[in-house]
Write a protein that binds this ligand. Structure first.
Ligand code: ATP
Length: 449
């Protein structure tokens, strides 16, 4: 097996319709990408898998989907207006700007300006009047509106501690140097859980969530050997964090953060709550005079109000997509000096679950039989079933290997006689003849689809 590069992944993504440069026909816009017909399927499957593991398979987490445009007060009290910055330097020699910790080797130290703080949040105008009081931020993370909805969620779906609120969706950051394909972009998606716990139980839950998240990534096909845990040292911690563990993945461009799991203490609810003085908040929070909600829970025994601590596993969908693609991409040597590219995706993530291929595309009866099978499978399978009525069979197999389709079903003349089809496995390339009636149970048994 050959090693591959980021360029190999980028090229596959473009060629097969996973990811395109955004606004490409007008020269693009830096740090933005569009997901194509296959990319949107894989990305949705990844998000579905996260949602299932967070909301459906547990009884202690609720989901929300909040607005992207955010009231500046939210990001004032969260600390983002003051601290969500990166140090920016200019290189006087090449004229480019860099994040101070990401200056390339070709720039000399003496050519760099002193770093100055640059806020990463995007602003936009709200309403017809453009003035200083009519702007909103595009959320830089999905987390904040989980905190601002804390009371709404608890009032409508009561839970004792510990319990969580999860959300996935777009986030926006005006990154100084977007790069490495979809790894660092200006518009991306996050999958975030805020898990509220009793103060004192936070360290135990931090550990538990780190283990759960590692297991989940493994279940998506990310090998444990390609992951390292980084326990962020105290002088590097974000202002809200008591401890953070980063799940670092070996991307083609190097070891970098895939997900961060932070112990945010009572900083967030403490920052956004009204009546801070009556609550025993341990984090250093700015005085809040504008919130109208008490973001605390009452201990049923002692009757005391407690601001829960929060553990936050925060993952990037796009960074997850890239890790999964990198894991799955393989170039295998075949007989006669030939090779094939195969995307060995877990079936639940594959953009196309099954391809139905009529052996002869101009043969009406075979095509009709294929359409009927496709429609039948599509009614029973969650995810896309594709009628592949193009090219020859060899080309079709090659294409579906390359896009990660777990199984291809070929309908031929024999099908018309005896109701059997050929089913070909992506990974072993083995072909079996099975009866049409057995197709669904075969797919369920072998691919869990
Ligand atoms: P980095 O240090 O790499 O800039 P971060 O520590 O600022 O990341 P967090 O604020 O912890 O990132 O965000 C949580 C997750 O959101 C990250 O683990 C990552 O997966 C994702 N993420 C953050 N910024 C970006 C970005 N610019 N492009 C794509 N994904 C991102």
């Amino acid at each position: 097996m050959k090693n591959h590069t980021m360029e190999d992944l980028v090229s596959l993504c473009k060629r097969r319709g996973f990811i395109f440069q955004s606004n490409e026909i007008y020269g693009g816009l830096q740090g933005l990408y569009d997901y194509g017909p296959l990319g949107v399927e894989l990305k949705n499957n990844l998000k579905k898998s996260w949602w299932k593991s967070m909301i459906y398979e547990r009884d202690d987490i609720e989901g929300i989907d909040s607005s992207i445009l955010t009231n500046p007060l939210v990001l004032k009290y969260s600390g983002h207006e003051d601290t969500f910055t990166d140090p920016l330097v200019d290189c006087k020699s090449c004229g480019e700007r860099f994040r101070a910790d990401q200056v390339p080797d070709y720039c000399k130290k003496e050519d760099l300006t002193e770093p100055r703080q640059f806020n990463l949040m995007f602003k936009t105008n709200v309403g017809p009047v453009e003035d200083n009081n009519s702007f909103a931020y595009l959320r830089p993370e999905t987390a904040q509106n989980i905190f601002t909805n804390f009371k709404n969620v608890l009032d409508s779906a009561p839970h004792p501690l510990p319990f969580g609120i999860a959300q996935m969706g777009k986030a926006f950051r005006n990154e100084i140097t977007p790069r490495n394909f979809i790894f660092r972009v200006r518009e991306f998606e996050q999958m975030e859980l805020e898990f509220f716990v009793k103060p004192g139980e936070d360290e135990e839950w931090h550990k538990k969530w780190t283990d759960l998240r590692l297991q989940w990534w493994e279940d998506q096909g990310v090998m444990r050997d390609n992951i390292e845990l980084y326990h962020v040292p105290s002088d590097e911690l974000a202002h809200y964090s008591k401890a953070t563990v980063d799940i670092m993945y070996k991307y083609p461009h190097g070891l970098e953060e895939l997900e961060g799991i932070a112990n945010r203490t009572d900083f967030d609810l403490g920052s956004h709550t009204k009546g801070q003085k009556e609550l025993n908040i341990s984090a250093k929070v700015a005085e809040n005079t504008q919130s109208n909600a008490k973001l605390a829970v009452q201990d049923l025994e002692t009757k005391e109000w407690v601001v829960p601590y929060v553990i936050e596993p925060s993952a990037g969908v796009d960074r997850g997509f890239l890790a999964i693609l990198n894991e799955a991409y393989k170039v295998e040597s075949l007989k006669d000096d030939k090779e094939r590219t195969v995307l060995a995706l877990k079936p639940h993530l594959a953009p196309i679950k099954v391809a139905v291929i009529p052996l002869k595309r101009n043969e009406k009866s075979i095509v009709q039989q294929s359409i009927d099978l496709k429609n039948k499978l599509q009614r029973l399978i969650e995810g896309r079933v594709l009628l592949e009525n193009t090219g020859n069979i060899g080309k079709n197999y090659r294409k579906h290997d390359e896009i990660g389709t777990p199984a291809c079903i070929t309908v031929d003349f024999q099908t018309l006689d005896d109701n059997t089809v050929t089913i070909r496995d992506r990974d072993t390339m083995e072909q079996k003849r099975i009866n049409l009636d057995e197709v669904i149970s075969f797919l369920r048994d072998n691919y869990s689809i």
